[in-house]
Design a protein around this ligand. Structure first.
Ligand code: ARG
Length: 489
């Protein structure tokens, strides 16, 4: 049995005293946790498919912040590989500087496509590309400068999306960063007798673990994606001494992660299993999957801008007198939040179909609904006034908080920290999303059932205390989902 009064008193005063920190804990004891997420490929479109790693990863990083770990956010850019030889060759033959500056990704992508068309007619282009990549690998000046420029321009474009989402990184050490760090691992694999030669190429057999062989170097000696992942994991261990090294990467790469984590284990790194692949399902479009080549791709930037535009229209319609600055700020917070929330609503492993109608549907269990609930709580507090708020923070008579709707809300606030912990253990932000919807619904029920700003001063103070607590939980929940919590909508 539980005394509803005692329960409400303890929970709500605890939430109020923690304030901004409500939901945070010291489970992590400052241990370093790496979260690698987004990691797009340079000179390729940053499309709706990337939203998954970007948003799920950013939220997992936030969850680990809340749990008191020391989080290191890494973007393992796909900025290396033979395709850069092709791109440099294409640029030299058919390129134009101004085009790259104006629309880097679109232009670089067109060079890549052009290369593939032309190589059909003139196979020697392939040799030229290979030779060019070797020059790049050897650090020759001209090739390196071009590659660096392509990388910088691409990063500017990615940066615009990260800014919109409020995402920041501690490191952009991508694949190229490891290009000179690999010989050590190739040698180590050889010394430990793990490699086998196969037609000039070197590979590690993993039959004993039910996995296909992993190619470590090609016959021309060049390394592969997997080689760079092995180097990156060891580098991260040596640099950050991580407790966990989390990779938020699509489930299509399951085999790749199983292979290299197994190889690390065979190499004798006892921390191999602290490298954790957190997979997620596929996004598809309503009319089939995406295809860069056929132009069936939805750019992430367009999705975010589209959501902001649509939200702006709705606000203007409902609120014709709002100032343009206020409209703009809320449109950004709510439009982008709608996309993010939608992404974090499903279990990450589930495939889903991207639908504009669904993302921009502001009714039901959506981001705008939760943000609106937060704004409503803020409005109640504004109307209550600072005196009442100050009193509520000092103490309240929880005897007024025993109704069914008040108790339901207290229960949800009570379990919020445990929910965050569970979400961290399962690498599953949707657990927080679900709980946040529950809190918002319970708050709205409380708001409708109860007369909060009543004549009776003591009762009013107690109910305002409840609103302060609910508001703190909703704000921090939105923060964990990397969403803004506007005070007015
Ligand atoms: N750049 C890769 C891609 O877009 C994702 C990189 C994932 N991270 C890793 N450490 N392998 O497919």
């Amino acid at each position: 049995f539980i005394s509803k009064e005692k329960f409400a008193e303890e929970v709500i005063s605890e939430v109020i005293s923690m304030g901004e920190d409500f939901g945070k804990s010291n489970v992590g004891q400052e241990r370093p946790v790496i979260v690698e997420y987004s990691s797009p490929n340079i000179a390729k479109p940053f499309h709706i498919g990337h939203i998954r790693s970007t948003v799920i990863g950013a939220s997992i990083a936030k969850i680990y912040d809340y749990l008191g770990f020391k989080v290191i956010r890494i973007n393992h850019l796909g900025d290396y590989g033979t395709q850069f030889g092709k791109m440099i060759v294409a640029y030299r033959h058919w390129g134009n500087k101004q085009d790259v500056i104006e629309a880097p990704i679109k232009t670089l992508l067109s060079y890549y496509t052009k290369f593939h068309e032309e190589v059909e007619k003139d196979p020697s282009l392939d040799d030229e590309a290979r030779a060019t990549f070797t020059k790049l690998e050897n650090g020759e000046k001209e090739e390196t400068e071009l590659w660096q420029w392509f990388r910088d321009e691409s990063l500017k474009e990615f940066g615009r999306v990260y800014d919109m989402l409020g995402i920041k990184y501690d490191s952009y050490a991508g694949e190229s960063f490891y290009s000179d760090k690999m010989p050590r691992f190739v040698k180590e694999l050889e010394d430990k007798g793990l490699m086998e030669e196969d037609d000039g190429a070197m590979l590690v057999r993993l039959d004993d673990y039910g996995l296909t062989p992993a190619l470590i170097t090609k016959s021309d000696g060049s390394t592969l994606y997997i080689t760079r992942d092995i180097a990156a994991a060891v580098y991260r261990k040596e640099t950050y001494d991580f407790y966990k090294n989390i990779y938020v990467v699509a489930s299509q790469q399951n085999l790749h992660f199983q292979q290299w984590i197994q190889i690390l284990e065979l190499m004798g790194y006892e921390w191999a299993r602290s490298c954790i692949h957190v997979p997620f399902g596929l996004v598809s479009l309503e009319d089939g999957t995406m295809s860069t080549r056929e132009g069936r791709v939805v750019f992430l930037e367009d999705v975010l801008n589209g959501a902001v535009d649509k939200t702006r229209e709705i606000i203007k319609e409902k609120n014709p007198n709002a100032s343009p600055e206020a409209v703009e700020e809320v449109a950004k917070a709510v439009g982008i939040g709608a996309v993010v929330f939608n992404e974090l609503s499903n279990y990450r492993i589930k495939d889903y179909v991207f639908s504009w109608d669904h993302v921009l549907n502001f009714e039901g269990e959506t981001g705008p609904y939760v943000q609106y609930t937060h704004a409503r709580a803020c409005s109640v507090l504004r109307n209550a006034g600072n005196d009442v708020i100050a009193k509520a923070k000092q103490g309240f008579d929880a005897g007024y908080l025993t109704s069914e709707s008040a108790h339901a809300l207290s229960m949800l606030l009570y379990s919020f920290p445990a929910v965050i912990e569970e979400a961290g253990e399962k690498y599953e932000p949707s657990i927080v999303t679900r709980h946040l919807i529950d809190i918002a619904q319970a708050f709205n029920k409380f708001y409708h059932d109860e007369h909060i700003l009543t004549e009776n001063e003591e009762e009013k103070v107690a109910k305002v205390a409840m609103v302060i607590a609910a508001r703190a939980a909703i704000r921090n929940g939105l923060d964990i989902l990397c969403m803004k919590a506007p005070e007015k909508m």
